[in-house]
Design a protein around this ligand. Structure first.
Ligand SMILES: [Fe+2]
Length: 408
């Protein structure tokens, strides 16, 4: 009898411990204005906690850190794509969305009876320095977790990842889940705050990697099921995304030929750069580099196209810099300036992958910094200027660029 109670008690404890666990794949991201919205999403199913009953969501309690009363929010849930199971989804994606939040404010939230979590909205002005971190090409490796952790330790407002998020190729759901478990564990600011994820698309998000000739936006989206399930709220239209942070920062998230043809975005780029002429800090980000470091300038047609179509437009604008990825090492180049002025390209995506050597003779001539190393870019924006530091795996500074304030 005594033995029965011991076993029963043990099982009860296990159950409680599981019920009280933060969702293993908790992701914060933005689908709208980063100053006033936030989206939290997590997966439920085998190994990730029970799926909510049909028609019932999980309850989220939330409040501003300084407020006394908790409010309630209902979650929504949908099947998470499960290509191997052909329509029989094993996992559900649960989501809670906040609107009308206050800028630059900390909020607490609690999913059912799990530990209370914290997030922060973006400020609408630069009063204190604003820091965000940037990288791309993240595997599921010890070094990937280490690089994400290093980024989160910089106390960033968010982390922008420019494609190749898990190498699941739009198919391997187990790998995709492992990636988000890795992210969720590592993406904690020093105060425990959950760091929001700003996603860009790369070839490894898409079955086949690149846009198929003649395919529609809807057909292409189906080839990147995990990316659109998680981030389709931001990427709703067949065009790039501009994420505007108050009046001080804009990220132009381009698609280097994975879902959208490159040439279909050039006009959008022109118009959206022009619209943001008075924004002091504007960054464009995409996956396949205009100035490769491992491949050559003519290695693939996307490299040629982004360099020929987008670089002159950017050189003729007030853009601060460009983030590129895909080649797995640190290389910063200054563009040739044929379209107006020379602009810095920070590349080429190594946030926890096997770093590759620099072997592109054309880019080497324009190269200002190189390291065959994983790196994360730490961008600090101030009222009087900006600094981009590239940190290696141990936090060592591999590169540093100062920017004077470039618009009024
Ligand atoms: Fe790639």
């Amino acid at each position: 009898m005594k033995r029965f109670f011991v076993i029963f008690g043990f099982l009860l404890l296990c159950n409680l411990a599981q019920a009280g666990e933060v969702p293993k794949t908790l992701i914060l991201t933005w689908e709208g204005d980063p100053c006033t919205t936030m989206t939290a999403q997590w997966l439920r199913g085998p190994g990730l906690g029970d799926r909510p009953e049909k028609g019932k969501g999980e309850v989220v309690k939330w409040k501003e850190v300084l407020a006394s009363d908790w409010k309630m929010l209902k979650t929504s849930s949908s099947d998470f794509p499960d290509p191997e199971k052909m329509g029989l989804a094993r996992w559900h994606l649960v989501r809670s969305r906040w609107n009308n939040l206050k800028p630059g404010t900390e909020y607490l939230f609690q999913i059912e009876d799990t530990p209370v979590q914290k997030f922060r909205t973006a400020p609408n002005r630069i009063e204190q320095p604003v820091v965000f971190v940037e990288g791309g090409d993240v595997d599921v490796l010890k070094s990937s977790a280490q690089m994400i952790k290093l980024g989160a330790q910089q106390d960033p407002l968010f982390m922008s990842v420019g494609g190749d998020l898990s190498y699941a190729d739009g198919h391997d759901v187990t790998r995709e889940i492992q990636f988000w478990e890795q992210w969720s564990k590592a993406a904690r600011a020093p105060d425990g705050r959950v760091v929001p994820f700003v996603a860009g698309i790369g070839n490894h998000e898409v079955k086949g990697g690149y846009v198929q000739e003649g395919a529609t936006f809807e057909q292409m989206r189906e080839r990147a099921p995990f990316f659109y399930s998680l981030f389709g709220g931001l990427y709703q239209k067949a065009e790039p995304v501009a994420l505007d942070f108050g009046d001080y920062l804009s990220l132009l998230l381009m698609d280097s030929g994975h879902i959208l043809p490159i040439s279909s975005q050039t006009e959008w780029l022109k118009i959206n750069l022009e619209k943001r002429k008075s924004v002091p800090w504007v960054f464009a980000s995409w996956h396949v580099p205009a100035f490769p470091s491992f491949r050559t300038w003519k290695h693939q047609k996307e490299i040629v196209e982004v360099r020929e179509k987008w670089v002159p437009v950017l050189e003729g604008s007030t853009v601060t810099a460009v983030f590129n990825h895909h080649d797995h090492n640190l290389q910063r180049v200054e563009s040739e300036g044929k379209g107006g002025r020379k602009i810095p390209f920070f590349g080429n995506g190594a946030l926890g992958v096997e770093p590759r050597p620099q072997q592109c003779p054309e880019s080497q001539k324009l190269s200002k910094a190189f390291s065959q190393s994983d790196y994360v870019n730490v961008v600090q924006l101030r009222a009087d200027g900006a600094t981009i530091r590239s940190l290696g795996p141990k936090g060592e500074e591999l590169d540093r660029v100062e920017f004077p304030k470039n618009a009024d």
